[in-house]
Design a protein. Structure first.
Ligand code: HEC
Ligand code: HEC
Length: 197
């Protein structure tokens, strides 16, 4: 075999080997995808299920309070527009900023998430589907969910600066810092927003 043949055989081998490697890595990736998706979404879910988020994202007729997520004081209910009943509007007590003297948290137009955005009692898979379902999530694409999470200055911003509670104790914040959480959601959306099986 001359050097030309040798080079040709070498090239052929390289192509075959390369092809096999590609096929193998594609298969490896396919196998890894569901596991990766579960792991990624499980971390996202630790924030979605933190009391600061879940107390507004309830499946009940009322908001909740505290880390033990007890029903809101004074029998406050969501009312027809998630902003309370005519005689007990959320904004009759909640101002535009946290009031650390009274322990009442605040942000402009304080109100709870609609029932379709209630996240209590769902498995990771159920929570993931609810978050992504346009009929439930206010017709948001996964990219728009990311943008809401990363750039909202109203309630998501509040969850990481929740002020003091009625006992004068600083409220706890979600388990992952906001910036790291946003990056995690960005990565998940870029991966096609996969839900765990
Ligand atoms: C004070 C109440 C309140 C708190 C606290 C709150 N939210 Fe919301 N959230 C809302 C309301 C109201 C909407 C609906 C806004 C809209 O559709 O314009 C909403 C919508 C959303 C949406 C888009 C809809 C969907 O289902 O995908 C996401 C995502 C979201 N919230 C995430 C969070 C996260 C994460 C936290 C905690 C870090 C949080 N929220 C804390 C009230 C709240
Ligand atoms: C009569 C006054 C009053 C009204 C009306 C009211 N709230 Fe509150 N809210 C409070 C007080 C006081 C606290 C602080 C309680 C504490 O720290 O234990 C609070 C705390 C909260 C919290 C903080 C929960 C946390 O993470 O610990 C949420 C969420 C909340 N209210 C939602 C609402 C919503 C939504 C409405 C309207 C449907 C509403 N509130 C109406 C007085 C009120």
């Amino acid at each position: 075999m001359g050097p030309r043949h040798c080079a040709a055989v070498g090239a052929l081998l390289a192509i075959v080997a390369g092809g096999a490697l590609l096929a193998w890595s594609a298969r490896a990736q396919q196998n890894a995808a569901p596991q990766g998706a579960s792991a990624m979404f499980a971390r996202i879910a630790t924030v979605l299920r933190s009391p600061r988020c879940l107390n507004c994202h309830t499946v009940t007729d009322f908001p909740r309070q505290g880390d033990d997520r007890h029903a809101h004081l004074f029998f406050v209910t969501r009312g027809p527009d998630d902003r309370g009943l005519p005689w007990a509007r959320c904004t009759s007590c909640h101002g535009e900023a946290n009031n650390n003297a009274t322990g009442i948290p605040g942000r402009p137009d304080w109100h709870m998430a609609p029932l379709s955005m209630g996240w209590e009692g769902l498995s990771d898979t159920g929570l993931c589907h609810r978050l992504l379902n346009p009929a439930d999530n206010g017709h948001r694409t996964p990219e728009q969910i990311y943008e809401h999470i990363a750039f909202d200055r109203q309630f998501i911003a509040w969850a990481w600066s929740p002020g003091r509670n009625i006992q004068g104790v600083q409220r706890t914040v979600p388990p992952i810092p906001r910036h790291a959480f946003s990056l995690l959601v960005k990565e998940w959306v870029a991966a096609g927003a996969p839900c765990p099986q």
